[in-house]
Design a protein around this ligand. Structure first.
Ligand SMILES: [Mg+2]
Length: 442
């Protein structure tokens, strides 16, 4: 039986619920609802004027209702009278097809109908900046290779420890935290889970990191490339597929010794075809996994001050080697290193499932494994496509990939392309200091 949120409030001393949904750009929008009103909201949803959200709705549309998913409710560990609850968007009793959490739920159901339950873990890297967002918060964090810097870690221990404590309390099984490869950059890891649970945790993690950072006078950002010349914020996804969801899963259907080069690294035939779908749709799915103008400054970056970008620029896969778009670190799973910190938590999971399912249905071949150092020898690869160079190329690749567009849903794809093209046009009409500096004397 579904959790009764009114009773949940009474039992846990919750005074308010933050009913939250995620728009097409990955922004979280919410209403704060007193516990006295939650019973009705649980039934009917909280009302929003759709036009005011980035969901491609007009002022003439009726109310959009965000119906909370009671099984996903989380009490804020830093403010226990408030509970955050992700919601599914509904209009006139029908799901809003383009709403990201609905897109993911539909794809999870489709995969389940084929006996597949995708589980993922994500690595949501972030920077701690000054509140204005223009500088690293720690002025002493200046090493050329700052990854795992113990002393810099101690100067931000209060922030990282607090977030880690919260994850321990929430039962996410966090297991490690580190100073990442860029000055001011962090990574915190917790256990993998079913795709929807990971998407909700990913959303909540971003919210939590920002709130805790603000409390300490800093600003947490997941922007793909917030500081020129430094490593960007990736959001690597570790993907496996199981026979059942949650605790019922027993068999990893990706694990096995399939044929060929994927079999050698421990992927079953289904694992191979799922990976084949990711490879086949890579340029198009970049429109989702790398959704901003800034995203392409991470994946097509020149060498950073640490010596490596840790981001791919070519559609290649390999064994346990971090210089490729896909790494198979061990049997039964693979790591997609393409996504960045701007990826919408729900659409990220959705596009992985959509591309993977398409690969399984078409028995897609991931192609040849490349076991080279892509950072040093990438120029020698001539048989693999380059990833899109900018957001417009990615949107065009998405638009011309009818298989992926259909799998993500026609309404979603049309709305997403429309909104993102508007954003691109807004960007290109922006008058930059670069063009003045490079054109004034022509
Ligand atoms: Mg990392």
């Amino acid at each position: 039986m579904a959790t009764d949120l009114a009773k949940f409030a009474k039992d846990n001393g919750v005074k308010y619920f933050m009913i939250s949904f995620t728009d097409l750009f990955g922004g979280q929008r919410a209403k704060l609802v007193p516990a006295r009103a939650i019973a009705d909201m649980q039934e009917d949803g909280a009302g929003f004027a759709g036009f005011a959200t980035w969901l491609d709705l007009t002022p003439a549309h009726p109310d959009m209702l965000a119906v909370p998913d009671p099984e996903a409710v989380i009490i804020l560990p830093w403010n226990k009278e408030i509970a955050w609850v992700p919601a599914n968007c509904v209009m006139e009793d029908q799901p809003v097809e383009q709403a990201p959490r609905n897109v993911l739920c539909r794809l999870i159901d489709e995969a389940a109908a084929e006996g597949m339950h995708v589980k993922t873990g994500i690595e949501a890297e972030f920077f701690l900046l000054t509140p204005e967002g223009d500088q690293i918060s720690d002025p002493y964090d200046t090493a050329a290779k700052p990854c795992y810097d113990q002393q810099a870690f101690m100067r931000r221990l209060d922030v990282i420890r607090e977030i880690s404590d919260h994850m321990l309390e929430l039962g996410w099984n966090p297991y490690q935290n580190d100073h990442e490869d860029a000055n001011g950059q962090w990574e915190m890891n917790w256990d993998f889970d079913d795709a929807l649970k990971t998407a909700d945790k990913h959303s909540f993690f971003k919210f939590m990191a920002k709130c805790v950072a603000e409390k300490h006078g800093f600003r947490a950002t997941f922007m793909p490339k917030p500081i020129e010349g430094l490593t960007g914020n990736g959001c690597h996804a570790h993907i496996s597929v199981w026979d059942a969801p949650g605790d019922k899963s027993k068999t990893n259907v990706f694990a096995g010794e399939g044929e060929g080069q994927t079999g050698e690294v421990g992927l079953s035939e289904r694992g191979k075809h799922f990976l084949g779908g990711i490879m086949k749709h890579a340029s198009a799915l970049a429109a989702i996994t790398n959704p901003t103008v800034n995203s392409y400054k991470r994946i097509n970056a020149p060498r950073t001050t640490s010596g490596a970008t840790w981001a791919p620029n070519t559609v290649t896969w390999t064994g346990n080697n971090r210089t490729h778009m896909v790494r198979v670190p061990g049997p039964g799973r693979f790591e997609l290193r393409l996504p960045d910190g701007a990826a919408n938590p729900y659409l990220l999971q959705a596009v992985i499932i959509a591309a993977g399912l398409s690969g399984i249905r078409s028995k897609a071949d991931p192609g040849k494994r490349h076991d080279i150092d892509m950072y040093a020898e990438g120029h020698t690869i001539t048989d693999a496509p380059k990833l899109p160079l900018n957001m417009l190329d990615a949107l065009r690749a998405y638009d011309s990939d009818s298989g992926l567009k259909d799998a993500m849903g026609a309404e979603f794809s049309a709305a997403y392309l429309k909104m993102k093209r508007q954003e691109w046009n807004d960007f290109t009409s922006h008058f930059s200091s670069w063009e003045k500096a490079n054109t004034l004397d022509i």
